[in-house]
Design a binder for this molecule. Structure first.
Ligand SMILES: Cc1cc2nc3c(=O)[nH]c(=O)nc-3n(C[C@H](O)[C@H](O)[C@H](O)COP(=O)(O)OP(=O)(O)OC[C@H]3O[C@@H](n4cnc5c(N)ncnc54)[C@H](O)[C@@H]3O)c2cc1C
Length: 415
C-alpha cells in the first residue's frame, strides 16, 4: 500500500489550499475524480466575503452571518470565520490569485444581506476560475502527488482511527488502497443530486456518503440553499447569475413586468438568499410561470460588461444581450449548509479523519449561508486543518485529538 502523511480527496479550493499548506509538513496525495479543475470552485462568480475595509469589521460580518443563518449558526465558528479570514486571503494572494484592485487597493463589492461592501473578487465575476487556476498551478509545481480520474470509494478505518482510503481509477477500473495518517475529505456539496442545479457534474455528495458509511457524524442535511437567480433559458444548462448583479442594482420582475420583491420584504432584492428564492417561487406560482426576470437594463452597459464580463458573454452567446433585454431566471439547487460534522479544527469523530469546504458542516452557515461565505469557510477552516495536524502529540497517536473531541460538545455521532 502506498503511504502518505496526508491524503486529500477533492481538488477544489479546500483540497488545493490545504494541500499547499500541508506539503510543508509531510507528503501529500490528492485524489480527484475528474480533472483537477472539475469542481464547483471554478464556477464561483461573486467572490469572497472578508472584512477588510475601514468601514467594516469582523464584528459586522459576524452579525450579518448570524442574521442570515436564521439563529442556527454556531457562534464560535462564525467568530473564527470572520476574524481569521484576512490571513487566508493573504495566503491566496501569495499563491497568485489576482484579486481585482483599484488604485492599489483590493476592490470590494456588495452582495445581498451584507450590510456593507466586503466581497473581494477576481476577473470581475470569474473569481473561482482564477482561484482554481492559481492554486492548481501551485500544486502542479510542487511535490504534491495528484491522481486525476481517481474516485475515493471507501474510507478505511480501524478502531475508530483512519487508516487510509480505497480509490477507483476511472480510466483503468483498478481499485487501489492508500494508507495515510490524515485523510481530509474536500469533496464539495451535493448539488448535482437535484434536477435544476448550478453545480458541477462531479458534485454528488460523495464525501458525506463515504463519511457516513465509515461511521462519522453527519449534520444539518435538511439545510440546503437554492439560489434565486439561475438562468432559465430553453435548451441552456442552468447558469448562475451572481448575487452581485442584484448587489449592483439588478431588479426582479415577474412575467408581467412587475417588481415584486418590495411586496415581500423591506430589503427587496437585497434580502437574504433564502427569502429571495422563496418569494420568487411564490411569484412564479401566482403568475403561473416557471420563471421571473432579472432586469439590469437601467444600469450603465459599461458597468455590466466590465463588472460581469463572464455573465454578459455567456448570455450573449445564447442570444441574450442583458444590457438591453430582461434575464429569465428561476431558483435552482446551489449549496449544502450541512455535511460531515466537524469541530472548529475540521476534525470528525474518527481520529485522523477531517473534512473541509462545502462537504464539512462547521456550523458557520446555520440554516442559510450568507453569500460569499463559503470560499472563506473553505480557507479559514482549511488552514485550521493544516494547523491541527502539525501538533506533535496528534501526529504521534491521535490521543490528543480524542481528548479534544470528547470536550467538544458539538461533536455528536448522531446529529
Ligand atoms: C455557480 C456557483 C457559484 C458560486 N459562487 C460563489 C461565490 O461567489 N462565493 C462563494 O463563497 N461561494 C460560491 N459558491 C460556492 C463555492 O463555490 C463552493 O462552496 C466551494 O467552491 C466548494 O469548494 P470545495 O473545495 O469544498 O468543493 P469543490 O470546489 O466542489 O470541489 C470538490 C472536489 O471533490 C472532488 N470529488 C468529489 N467526490 C470525489 C470522490 N469520491 N473522489 C475523488 N474526488 C471527489 C471533485 O472532483 C472536486 O475536485 C458558488 C457555487 C456555484 C456552484
Amino acid at each position: 500500500m502506498n503511504h502518505y502523511d496526508y491524503i486529500i480527496v477533492g481538488s477544489g479550493i479546500a483540497g488545493l489550499y490545504i494541500a499547499l499548506l500541508a506539503i510543508k509538513q509531510g507528503s501529500v496525495l490528492i485524489l480527484t475524480k475528474g480533472n483537477i479543475d472539475d469542481c464547483n470552485t471554478k464556477y464561483a462568480q461573486g467572490g469572497i466575503a472578508v472584512a477588510m475595509s475601514k468601514d467594516d469589521s469582523p464584528e459586522l460580518h459576524f452579525k450579518d452571518t448570524m442574521a442570515a443563518g436564521d439563529g442556527l449558526c454556531d457562534a464560535e465558528a462564525v467568530r473564527i470565520l470572520t476574524e481569521e479570514g484576512a490571513e487566508c486571503i493573504a495566503d491566496l494572494i501569495r499563491f497568485g490569485v489576482p484579486f481585482d484592485t483599484l488604485n492599489g487597493e483590493i476592490t470590494l463589492t456588495r452582495e445581498a444581506a451584507h450590510s456593507t461592501p466586503r466581497i473581494i473578487h477576481a476577473g470581475g465575476d470569474a473569481t473561482g476560475e482564477h482561484i482554481e487556476l492559481s492554486l492548481s498551478q501551485q500544486v502542479r509545481s510542487s511535490s504534491i502527488k495528484i491522481l486525476e480520474d481517481c474516485l475515493a470509494s471507501e474510507i478505511l478505518v480501524e478502531g475508530n482511527k483512519v487508516k487510509g482510503v480505497k480509490s477507483l481509477d476511472c480510466r483503468t477500473g483498478l481499485v487501489e488502497e492508500y494508507s495515510c495518517q490524515f485523510l481530509i475529505l474536500a469533496t464539495g456539496g451535493v448539488g448535482r443530486l437535484f434536477k435544476y442545479s448550478t453545480n458541477s457534474d462531479v458534485v454528488t455528495g460523495d464525501g458525506v456518503a463515504l463519511a457516513f458509511k465509515a461511521g462519522a457524524g453527519i449534520s444539518d442535511m435538511e439545510f440546503f440553499q437554492f439560489h434565486p437567480t439561475v438562468l432559465r433559458l430553453p435548451g441552456v444548462a442552468p447558469f448562475l447569475i451572481s448575487e452581485a448583479v442584484r448587489g449592483e442594482g439588478g431588479i426582479l420582475r415577474n412575467v408581467e413586468g412587475y417588481r415584486f420583491m418590495p411586496n415581500y420584504v423591506a430589503e427587496a432584492e437585497l434580502a437574504a438568499r433564502d427569502i429571495v428564492a422563496r418569494s420568487t417561487v411564490y411569484e412564479m406560482r401566482k403568475t403561473g410561470s416557471d420563471r421571473v426576470f432579472l432586469d439590469v437594463t437601467h444600469l450603465p452597459p459599461r458597468l455590466i460588461t466590465t463588472r460581469f464580463p463572464h455573465i454578459y458573454r455567456f448570455c450573449l452567446a445564447h442570444g441574450l444581450d442583458i444590457t438591453r433585454g430582461l434575464i429569465p431566471v428561476a431558483p435552482a439547487a446551489h449549496y449544502l449548509m450541512g455535511g460531515v460534522k466537524v469541530n472548529t479544527w475540521g476534525e470528525t469523530n474518527i481520529s485522523g479523519l477531517f473534512a473541509a469546504g462545502e462537504t464539512a458542516c462547521t456550523g458557520v452557515h446555520g440554516a442559510n449561508r450568507l453569500a460569499s461565505n463559503s470560499l472563506l469557510e473553505s480557507v479559514v477552516f482549511g488552514k485550521r486543518v493544516a494547523e491541527r495536524t502539525t501538533a506533535p502529540c496528534h501526529k504521534e497517536s491521535g490521543v490528543e485529538s480524542q481528548e479534544s473531541r470528547s470536550q467538544d460538545s458539538r461533536l455528536k455521532t448522531q446529529d
